[in-house]
Structures are given as C-alpha cells and as structure tokens.
Design a protein around this ligand. Structure first.
Ligand code: SF4
Length: 353
C-alpha cells in the first residue's frame, strides 16, 4: 500500500473511528480495574509496567500488595532494592522491577517527586518506553499522544489492513503516524480513547479469533472487509527459541537453605537462588572441594522464558555435620520460615515449597 493510499484510508476513518470507540468504551469497556478512575501518575505508571507481558488477573494481587508496601513514589525510591525485588518476586521480567526502582529515584532527584506531564519527558525516565509514556500522559494529563503497544498494533494493523512489516522500524514509525492521525480532537476524550484501544485489543480484537460481529468499529475495518483480519499485523521476524540447562545445589542445614544473590544485571538479576552451575560436572567438582556428601537427584524443573526454555536440575543434600565454608562466594543460610522475605524466582519458590 502506498503512502497516499494509507493516508486516504486514515482520512476516511478519522471522523468516525474515535467517536465509535469512545461510545463503546464508555458503555462496554473496563471501568473498575484498581488503576482506573485515578489520575495519579504513580498508580498509572505502576500498573502500566506491571501489565507489560503480564495478564490483568495476575497483576491484581501484586498491584494491591505493592501499593500497600510502597504507597507513593517517595516510599518506593527510599526502599532498599532487595525489598522492591521481594515485592515483585513471581511477576517475572525482573528488569522491570529494577527499572521501576531506578525510575522512582529519578522522579525524586530530577523532578522533585512529581512525575513530568508530557510523554516526551516521561520517556526520558528509566524503563518507560514511548508507548508507556503516552499511556501515562494521556490517562493522567489528557495529552493527545498515541500509544502503540502489541494490542494496539493489532487493532490498528487490522483496521487499516496495514501491510508494512512491523519488524522494520520504519514501518512501525509509519503506523505510529497513523495512530496519531486517528486521535480524538479533544484532550478530555484522551483517557477513554486510550483505554478503549486497550480494551478492544484485550477483548474482541483477540490475536487468533477476533469477534468482529461484536466489534464497535467493524463497519470501518479494512482487515475484516478483506475477509481475514488475522493476516494483520505483519511481522516477519520470528523469535528463535533456544534451550538452556543449569544445575542447582540445594543444601539444607539445621532447617535452613543456602541461597546466593544473583548479580543485579541479567537473568533473575538481584534475586536469590540456589547456587547454580553450567554442568553436573562443575557442580560435582565444587561439591567435592567443599566436602559436601553425595546429592539426591530431584525431578527437573522446566521454566519457559520469552527467548528460551530453561531446564533446571535440582540436586539436594541435608547436611548432618557442620556447614561447609562458602567464603569464596557470598551467600546466606535462610530458615525455611524466613524464605518469604527473600525475592525468589517463581520456579525456585515452587520447588522449595
Ligand atoms: S472488526 Fe474485527 S479485526 Fe477489525 S478491529 Fe474489530 S475485532 Fe479487530
């Protein structure tokens, strides 16, 4: 599709798309999620970060507990990183929690504790991308800026039958320009409009089986008119899933478990885990050098991440004698009843439970 064709498609939709979406959102959209009906950027920002790659139903409990523990940006900025990680443990994608903490500190240091009001300034903060920045500024300050997260790419890609490959940055920018052209005219409509796009992507315009008959904009949708809207959006680059294996040394001594903290960057950064090895041979060599007796083999643990499947092999031992000297790698003996105070990755928490 040429730029001229795309422009004329957007021009034809402009007068009708936003009013239809707004009317539907006000009537049938979501209104009672705990992060709605507020213009507090701290709460909106927290929900937007938690909702990245995570289902609403999972986020609900975490959101409530997080706010009880860190009621405002000042409390979050002042908290030790370990406490933030512990409150996040189990939600996955832990770089989000590290950036959340850094962002709260940046809001305190650079902006005196008040979130900036424009998407451009918000996008300068750690962990806030262009679409998240636009969501915060449109929800909280009514700024006329377009969001374009995965759900919205799908809705707009289908609505326009956008045939550019979104794996290419230039095509993503091109779709973003159309998203801007479709915005409602008044700032007062921005929160409901932004929510409406999110709601449509999370409901009728689902990835595999869109419910076009129920869709408020079906009469405008080029993807539907062409017969198969699931052909859009187009994104050619496929993730190649890899495999990774590691071995866990699970030592117990007098009712306590030996844990080590991962480096702050990288996979499970800042979380507490059992000592981890790249091979069974490496684990055994280290175990023997520490004088730890033979280990029990436990069933392997499978953990699926975005880019690879992780297989973890737990090997366990209950030590009768003294605890080995681990001075060369810092760690702590944690009593079982204290484990909940440590940020453990979800598969390890399940294993130790
Ligand atoms: S008509 Fe169907 S494909 Fe088009 S926006 Fe609505 S649900 Fe999505």
């Amino acid at each position: 599709m040429t730029d001229e064709e795309l422009q004329s498609r957007v021009e034809a939709l402009r007068g009708d798309f936003a009013p239809l979406l707004l009317a539907w959102q006000r009537q049938d959209g979501r209104h009672d999620l705990p992060w709605q009906n507020t213009r507090d950027p701290y709460r909106v920002w927290l929900s937007e970060i938690m909702l990245q790659q995570t289902q609403v139903t999972t986020v609900l409990g975490y959101y409530k507990r997080f706010l009880e523990r860190f009621p405002d940006v000042a409390a979050l900025a002042a908290a030790p990183q370990d406490e933030v990680m512990a409150a996040w443990a189990g939600l996955g994608y832990y770089s989000r929690a590290r950036n959340l903490h850094k962002c709260a500190q940046a809001v305190m240091e650079r902006h005196g504790g008040a979130f900036p009001r424009t998407a451009a300034e918000l996008a300068e903060l750690p962990g806030i991308g262009r679409s998240t920045a636009a969501a915060i500024s449109s929800f909280c300050f009514g700024e006329r800026v377009a969001i374009l997260d995965g759900n919205v790419k799908r809705v707009l890609g289908r609505l326009l039958a956008f045939d550019g490959d979104l794996a290419q940055q230039s095509q993503e920018k091109r779709l973003w320009r159309q998203a801007e052209a479709l915005l409602p005219a008044t700032e007062a409509d921005m929160p409901a409009y932004t929510q409406g796009l999110m709601d449509l992507g999370a409901s009728h315009c689902s990835p595999r089986q869109p419910q076009c008959l129920l869709c408020p904009v079906s009469g405008l949708c080029h993807g539907r008119a062409q017969g198969d809207p699931t052909l859009y959006p187009i994104k050619t680059r496929k993730l190649k899933r890899g495999q990774r294996e590691n071995w866990w040394l699970w030592m117990e001594h007098e009712g306590r478990v030996w844990l080590q903290q991962r480096p702050s960057e990288g996979l499970w950064g800042g979380l507490w885990t059992l000592p981890m090895y790249d091979s069974e041979e490496a684990l055994d060599a280290h175990r023997i050098s520490l004088g730890v007796p033979a280990l029990e083999t436990l069933p392997r643990v499978q953990h699926a991440l975005t880019h690879f499947d992780w297989v973890l092999h737990p090997r366990r031992v209950v030590l009768d004698g003294g605890a080995p000297d681990w001075s060369e790698r810092p760690g702590v003996w944690v009593a079982r009843e204290q484990l909940s105070q440590y940020a453990l990755p979800a598969p390890l928490k399940k294993l130790l439970d």
